[in-house]
Design a protein around this ligand. Sequence first.
Ligand code: FO1
Length: 305
Amino acid sequence: MITALAGGVGAARFLTGLLKITEEKDVSVIVNTGDDLEMFGLHISPDIDIVAYTLAGIVDQEKGWGIKGDTFQTLETLKKFGLETWFALGDRDLATHIFRTDLLKKGFTLSQVTNEVCRALGVNVKILPMTNDKFETRIKIGEGTVHFEEYFVKRASSEKVLGVEFVGSSYAKPSPQVIDSIFDAEVVIICPSNPIVSIGTILSIDGIREALRKTSARVVGVSPIVAGAPIKGPADKILSGLGIEVSAFGVAKLYADFVDTFVIDNMDAAEKGRIESLGVQVKVTNTIMRSLEDKLKLAKVVLEK
Ligand code: FO1
C-alpha cells in the first residue's frame, strides 16, 4: 500500500508517473482541501478535482487544472449578470461542482462525494480529502487576509505575503481512512506540492503529523523547490514571506521531524550534506517532470529502497 500527500498540479503530475508502476487499488492520496471555496453557491475543491481529473486522464494538461477542451459559456453569461468570474470554471467543470454541492446539501460528506466523483470518472485510486470539516487557507497581505485562491488567482500572487492562516486547524479532524492510510502504508510519499499551503495544511490537521512520525512506513518527500524556485505556483513568495529559506534544504527542514528520505534535484546536489545533517537521507535525481518518462523515473527513485 502506498499513501501520498498531495496538493495540486505538481503532485498530480507526479502521481501520473507513480500509477504507471503501481496498482491503482494500492494507492491512497490524502489531498489538501484548504483551497476549497464557494462560488455561485457551489462548493469547489480545486486540489481534489486536479488530482481526480489528472488520474482520470481528462485534465487540461497544459494548465494542469480544469477539463481539457472545456468551454466557458456559463461563466461568460454569469459575467453578464455582473458576477465575479476571475476563477475560470468551465462548463463541464461546473457539473462537478453542481454534483458535489447537491450531495453535500443532502448530507453526504466530502469524502463520500469524492468517492462518487471518482466512481463516475473511473478513478480507482482512493482520494481522501484531508478533512471533511470546513477549512480555509488564508493569506495575510498588507490590507488584511484573503482566501488563498484570491491571492493566487485574482491577485496573481502580486502582494507580499505577511503570513498564512489555516482557518479550521484548531478543530478540523482527519477524514475517515486518512490516519489508517498512513499507518497501513509501506511507503508514504510527500508529493512535490507547496510545502506551506498544500502539504502544510494537511500537516496542520489534528493527528496527521503525529501519524507520519509514528508510522512504520518509509516516508519519502520530493522537493517542490529546484534551484531556489518552485516549478509552478507561489511557494517562493509564501516561503520567503514566512522567512523560510527558499531551497530544498528549507523544505527538508520543515519535514525533518517525520521524513526518512528527501529527494532533491540534480541542480541542488550541493545541498545534500546540509540536508543529511538534519538526519534525513537524501537521493539526488532529476525531479523536473517534462515527459511521462521523467515522471516514471522519478516515481521509481522515490519507491526504490
Ligand atoms: N488556477 C489559475 O491560475 N487560474 C484559474 O482561473 C483557476 C481556476 C481553477 C478552476 C478549478 C480548479 O480546480 C482549479 C483552478 N485553478 C486555477 C488552479 C488552482 O488555482 C490551483 O492550482 C490550486 O488551487 C493550487 O494547488
